[in-house]
Design a protein. Structure first.
Length: 137
């Protein structure tokens, strides 16, 4: 991964899922052997690894979290308006953003109705699975 500047690799074959990621490309780490049973983090481990995961929503706010790893985009194209802005009212099924994963643009839709209170990422930010993207009331 270091020789090719690869920062993330995910492979899924039948019932085996393998995800390798370097948190910071500038950090040199020692080679470690990991047992196959520990390749996929449990929800508790994921929460510990992702500090944004522990954001507490206040005053009836819900955190809308990323359903996948990828690149976050607020609009469908460079010259297009954003899907949502702070204050936008959304219904279940409305498109909130796009997450690009493996050269595929995935429309991410709201699962509940509400109002966008805060947008937690900028265009072209890399987001992780379960990382909060929006605060919705």
């Amino acid at each position: 991964m270091q020789r090719t500047d690869l920062t993330e690799l995910e492979i899924e074959v039948q019932d085996l899922k393998l995800r390798l990621a370097r948190p910071n490309a500038n950090i040199q780490s020692a080679s470690t052997q990991i047992p196959v049973a520990n390749l996929s983090p449990t929800p508790t481990e994921t929460e510990k690894l992702n500090p944004n995961e522990n954001l507490q929503a206040k005053d009836n706010q819900n955190l809308f979290k990323s359903p996948m790893v990828g690149t976050f985009y607020r609009r469908p194209g460079p010259d297009e308006p954003s899907y949502v802005e702070v204050g936008s009212k959304v219904k279940a099924g409305d498109v909130l953003c796009i997450i690009e994963a493996m050269k595929v643009m995935n429309e991410i839709k709201a699962d509940t109705p509400g109002t966008i209170v805060e947008i937690l990422h900028d265009d072209a930010d890399t987001v992780e699975y379960g990382q909060p993207l929006f605060k919705i009331t």
